[in-house]
Design a protein around this ligand. Structure first.
Ligand SMILES: [Zn+2]
Length: 244
């Protein structure tokens, strides 16, 4: 018995260390929740000390002449992943965003409930984040907020394919889910922020669509049943300006 137990223990400890180096465990509540993200790893220091963090409460944005978001989503998605923090839909090629004359490719989109961004203090039932990257590695995220009401066809497509277990992935080839989620009118608020999950990296351009989508109570409950609530609270503006 001892002869078997010893090598097993070594194996477990080794696997534990390897895991700790690759991925620090974080959550949305308790000891590993958002208030503690900055203490969980040196790599997460921006979560605690960053001055341009996301999400934010959008209050009194400055009126400018922002052009609508120029999206060209012509490709498909490839897979839907339950990564334990959210349901993430990975994008294939030929889905892009044109911003300030630069092309950003869609990497993935995912969901948060309740919403992370607030508008004039109002929180929403659900928020979708479309994460894009340009060839310099800079990120631009388009956020779409949903109020509780009629069901969303796009969310229905996502939930019909959602893997129930953490770490599971399923093939999902659909163009419609992303297009159905995105409102036609892409007038938006723009500001400079961060990833809303560890490592909370800054320098992210946020485009929060003003038009609010609709999602049913049942759809929100289904998402929360699979993932749990996954929203970081609003972060201080620290003098940043929000334009629209
Ligand atoms: Zn997100």
């Amino acid at each position: 018995m001892r002869q078997i137990a010893f090598p097993l223990l070594v194996l477990v400890v080794f696997a534990g260390n390897a895991l700790a180096e690759q991925e620090v465990h974080w959550t949305y509540s308790g000891k590993h929740g958002p208030e503690h993200w900055g203490e969980l790893s040196e790599a997460f220091v921006a979560c605690r000390e960053g001055k341009s963090q996301s999400p934010i409460d959008i209050v009194d944005p400055i009126d400018t002449d922002l052009v609508p978001i120029a999206l060209a989503y012509r490709g498909s998605t490839t897979a839907i992943v339950n990564n334990g923090h959210t349901l993430q839909i990975n994008a294939g090629p030929d889905n892009s965003l044109d911003l300030d004359g630069q092309t950003f490719e869609l990497l993935q989109f995912h969901l948060h409930s309740p919403s992370e961004h607030r508008i004039q203090g109002e929180s929403f039932a659900l928020e979708a984040h479309f994460v894009h990257k340009n060839d310099r590695g800079e990120l631009a995220v388009v956020a779409v907020l949903f109020r509780e009401g009629a069901p969303s066809d796009g969310i229905a497509t996502i939930e019909a394919s959602a893997p129930a277990k953490v770490g599971m992935s399923k093939a999902l080839e659909t163009l419609t889910a992303s297009l159905e989620i995105m409102p036609e009118n892409t007038a938006h608020y723009r500001y400079s922020g961060s990833l809303t999950t560890p490592p909370c990296t800054e320098g992210v351009t946020w485009l929060v669509v003003e038009a609010i989508g609709s999602v049913s109570k049942e759809q929100v409950e289904k998402f929360v049943a699979i993932i749990g609530e996954d929203a970081r609270g609003p972060q201080p503006l620290n003098g940043r300006r929000v334009v629209h």
